[in-house]
Design a protein around this ligand. Sequence first.
Ligand code: ZN
Length: 291
Amino acid sequence: MKLLRYGTPGREKPGLLDRDGRVRDLSAIVDDIAGEHLTRAGLDALRRIDPATLPIVESAARYGPAVGRVGKFVCVGLNYADHAAESGMAVPDQPVLFMKATSAIVGPNDDVVIPRGSVKTDWEVELGVVIGDVARDVPVDAALEHVAGYLVVNDLSEREFQLEHGGQWVKGKSCDTFGPIGPWLVTRDEVPDPQNLSLWLEVNGHRYQNGNTRTMIFTIAHLVSYISRYMTLMPGDVISTGTPPGVGLGLKPPTYLKPGDVMALGIEGLGQQRQQVIAHDADAHRASSGS
Ligand code: ZN
């Protein structure tokens, strides 16, 4: 199944994408694509519904974040050896973990706002893993059973905030709009091998990232197991599994996003995102007033 949320920000309705690519409304069945509806039992209940019996949504003008009520947004750093190299960092011998504030989450095609004062806002296409059943210290060989499905994540990053302001990476990862997720959650049964998915990202039509999840250092099963040693993963938690090479930080010279840029990104079988980059209100005002 491809599950999604559509409508105005904060008031999204649950839906699914049918075989013909039409959005069907699920709001008579579930309150949201979230929480208990993402467990194995919850997804099985949704699978028993014939999509043809659900109302067609004629104008799904906006897709919201594909999952609602995300409790934790856990990110993995440096999970592709070639990205570690371009960042000038060593390949880690254990997964690097950091958190992204859930207030950063937006829809897949919403505008991305450059934070106030930022000059180093950067892109990162990543495979997102959505937890289904509670995962607490699970072994590697059972870890994927706790996965509801997968989605596209753009792990936007402000490199000055992340790397030059001291402390934890969370500062550079959590600004508003820094977490587009979607357009849909593709359930695990429709992704037979998550370790063989191509992923790509373009800015203004130029392809900067072109990778494949087969070159991850730590597999998805390993990551779910590993993270679940340190914290209990709950239904609807999202894990972003790291980015392949080609981010702005790694270019010579480094290249960052500016207002007016357009990002397009996608993962094989999981759909595409498209975001316009806009200035922070305060910066736009300063620029227009010349002060
Ligand atoms: Zn990342």
